[in-house]
Design a protein around this ligand. Structure first.
Ligand code: DGL
Length: 263
């Protein structure tokens, strides 16, 4: 099948976290159209077995391909960790972009030992640690399983978020200058983490991933030519809740359609 430039780009996450990546994509690629799926019926991914999350990733990437997407962005660290990206690319015959490689690349430009926080799935798999080690750099990591639910529960600016940050990050070594937010929900906690650790450079997946997607579109000569940029939103759970949550987090969505999944 020949990919055509004006087909949409598909983006998915377990919930609202991937909207942080979508925003960066919309900003970087204003001519593109997007389809976003928030898998809110099955959020959180980060405390589920990797094999199960990998099945979710295959299911949603296939759904996006079937909806006509020319490229799929897995805007979720846990799903990027769990999925076999090259197998997916092969079976779907379109580029499939995860968030981990590009994020590490950005982190490596900073000095010192690199810190990584993420879901249990991402941290326990050592997906970040292995790449950082392969570049002969040291890292410190910590799973923060309460952070994504805190964001989904609209508590990112609450005292509970600050106390949770303190709980997870209190013993972080002093020689860490750059901290990877290895979960796409965590950018919503940036000012809370910053309030606790103001000296740290926080690195998220959004801009690095958008840059990576832009260069793939260019190399494959599939950049959209139209200027009719638009985004279609789907949620596998309750659509009103998704829309309200996205709005509270500063993301303007138009209509959100329910995507029924066969579990
Ligand atoms: N936003 C996701 C990630 O980047 C996962 C959050 C979750 O569902 O646990 O890992």
């Amino acid at each position: 099948m020949v990919i055509s430039a004006n087909q949409p780009i598909g983006v998915f996450d377990s919930g609202v976290g991937g909207l942080t990546v979508l925003s960066a994509l919309q900003e970087k690629l204003p001519n593109e159209t997007f389809i976003y799926i928030g898998d809110t019926a099955r959020v959180p991914y980060g405390n589920k077995p990797l094999e199960l999350v990998s099945q979710y990733a295959t299911q949603l990437a296939t759904e996006l391909k079937n909806k006509g997407c020319k490229l799929v962005v897995i805007a979720c660290n846990s799903a990027s960790t769990a999925a076999d990206l090259s197998a997916l690319e092969k079976s779907l015959n379109i580029p499939v972009v995860g968030v981990i490689d590009a994020t590490v690349e950005e982190a490596l430009t900073h000095a010192g030992r690199i810190g990584v926080i993420g879901t249990s799935a991402t941290i326990n798999s050592n997906a970040y640690g292995n790449i950082i080690k392969a570049h002969n750099r040291e890292h410190w990591s910590r799973a923060c399983p309460l952070f994504a639910p805190i964001v989904e529960e609209n508590l990112a600016d609450d005292q509970v978020a600050f106390l949770t940050a303190k709980h997870y990050l209190n013993d972080m070594p002093m020689d860490i200058e750059a901290l990877i937010l290895g979960c796409t929900h965590y950018p919503y906690l940036k000012h809370t983490i910053h309030a606790f650790l103001p000296r740290l450079k926080l690195i998220d997946s959004a801009h690095a991933t958008a840059n990576r997607v832009a260069s793939i579109l260019k190399i494959q000569v599939i950049e959209a030519q139209s200027t009719a940029s638009d985004t279609t939103y789907y949620a596998t759970g309750d659509t009103t809740t998704f829309k309200e949550m996205a709005t509270r987090l500063g993301h303007r969505t138009n209509a959100v359609t329910h995507l029924p999944l066969v579990f």
